[in-house]
Design a protein around this ligand. Structure first.
Ligand SMILES: Cc1cc2nc3c(=O)[nH]c(=O)nc-3n(C[C@H](O)[C@H](O)[C@H](O)COP(=O)(O)OP(=O)(O)OC[C@H]3O[C@@H](n4cnc5c(N)ncnc54)[C@H](O)[C@@H]3O)c2cc1C
Length: 397
């Protein structure tokens, strides 16, 4: 069995198949974990973007429930997995503060309270603007909502833990070894690489925002989008205590969101978002992210940046993750920027599908993985779309 991509999805799939008794090799075009899985913000949520109402309109009540339940299951699975495996990755059920960037958005959040489907309640509660400083050291928002079960981890340490479990289970992980061609070979597959050809009974593609020419069908279905983060230099503990009094992970209601948190050691602020219309060098976005951060937290204006980086997430045309099999090849991808729990979880599920022992069903099964006419994998529409969304966010502030 061959897995292409060594992030959370690929390693989690590999762990399943290895423990299910299948010999498994994982390939990565770069170093193991080079993609999003070692460079994300480490914020853990229920991951499903469209709300229950929207999903019910699209797919009917039953399937909508199934999809929302997957988000809850992914969140719960991750906490249990880390505990069971004993992975040391600064995992903490920190809760999330979802900040309203204008009064209309606060009203929208307020209208959601108590309207979650039975058995899928999140325990979320509102925080009025007057009480906001108990959550976050800024007056820039109009209140928000706390999701107490959301969590945080150190992304690269989690990846390292996952990698060590795969190796301990007997897996082979080959870095700097891109799969360059993928063909049928009778009932099996031939995976070509610069180091040689692998014959594999099954193949899982786990390339998410780095899905390329190797798998044109998948490439036409995911939209790679850069997400940018800066880390500040260490700040004084007093300042950290004012800015992040409850150590929440934070996101806001903008269309082009800002997401941020304290680093696991509580010495730095990690501030992420998208400040350019097209993709660019993280050295160029760093000053702009810094300016936006300082607007929200004026106390951070004199604090310098120590690191700035970018990674590519995969959006989909229906804003849902997808898992399945096409032309015999398994895949799981399209986490729309929220893959810390979902990638590992769907990796586990796709591994179960490969084992074919009656497990691995998900609420995403049979949701059509749609593309659009004339889309080949190059998101030419991104720049005007981001510009428009940022304009909306600015106008409604
Ligand atoms: C800056 C940033 C911040 C983020 N913050 C959060 C967050 O706070 N919370 C959250 O839930 N999610 C977040 N995400 C998203 C999350 O990190 C991803 O959804 C998740 O890591 C996806 O994991 P993956 O294993 O599917 O893909 P990746 O980790 O991206 O791995 C894909 C791998 O495939 C490899 N590859 C591609 N083509 C080939 C080939 N032909 N041959 C071999 N290998 C190949 C790549 O080299 C890459 O290593 C963030 C992402 C970024 C970039």
């Amino acid at each position: 069995m061959a897995v292409i991509g060594s992030g959370y999805t690929g390693l989690s799939a590999a762990l399943q198949t290895l423990r299910g008794g299948r010999s498994t090799v994982v390939l990565d075009a770069e170093d193991a974990g080079w993609g999003c899985s070692t460079r994300n913000g480490g914020q853990i949520s229920t991951s499903v973007k469209p709300d229950f109402e929207e999903l019910s309109k699209r797919y009917g009540l039953e399937r909508a429930l199934g999809i929302v339940r997957e988000g809850h299951d992914a969140l719960a699975w991750l906490g249990k997995f880390i505990a069971n495996e004993g992975i040391d990755c600064d995992f903490e059920v920190s809760g999330r503060f979802h900040a309203a960037h204008n009064a209309a958005q606060f009203a929208r959040l307020a209208a959601c309270v108590g309207r979650e489907p039975a058995s899928l309640e999140t325990g979320a509660y509102l925080v009025e603007k007057n009480d906001q400083r108990t959550e976050l050291g800024t007056d820039a928002y109009c209140g928000g909502m706390v999701f107490p079960r959301h969590a945080a981890l150190h992304p690269a340490r989690f990846h390292r833990g996952l990698l060590s479990r795969v190796l301990a289970a007997g897996g082979t992980v080959v870095s700097r070894c891109p799969a360059t061609a993928l063909d049928r070979d009778g009932p099996a597959f031939r995976v070509q690489t610069p180091l040689g050809t692998i014959r594999a009974g099954d193949v899982v593609v786990a390339t998410n925002g780095y899905t390329g020419r190797l798998t044109p069908w998948l490439r036409r279905r995911v939209i790679p989008i850069g997400s940018y983060i800066i880390a500040t230099e260490p700040i004084e503990p007093d300042l950290m205590a004012r800015l992040m009094p409850r150590n929440r992970v934070v996101g806001d209601t903008r269309k082009v969101v800002y997401y941020y948190r304290a680093s696991p050691d509580r010495r730095r602020i990690l501030f992420g978002g998208r400040v350019s219309h097209g993709e660019t060098d993280p050295r160029r976005t760093a000053p702009r992210l810094h300016a936006d951060m300082a607007q929200l937290f004026p106390e951070l204006a004199p604090v310098r940046i120590s690191h700035s980086w970018v990674g590519f997430v995969a959006y989909t045309f229906d804003a849902l993750a997808h898992i399945g099999r096409h032309d015999g090849i398994y895949y799981a991808m399209g986490y729309c920027g929220s893959g810390v729990s979902m990638a590992g979880y769907l990796g586990m599920r796709v591994g179960q599908k490969v084992l074919a022992r009656g497990q691995g069903q998900t609420g995403f099964d049979d949701v059509v993985f749609a593309t659009r006419p004339f889309y080949g994998g190059n998101p030419w529409f991104l720049s005007p779309m981001v510009a428009y969304y940022r304009w909306c966010d600015g106008r409604n502030r």
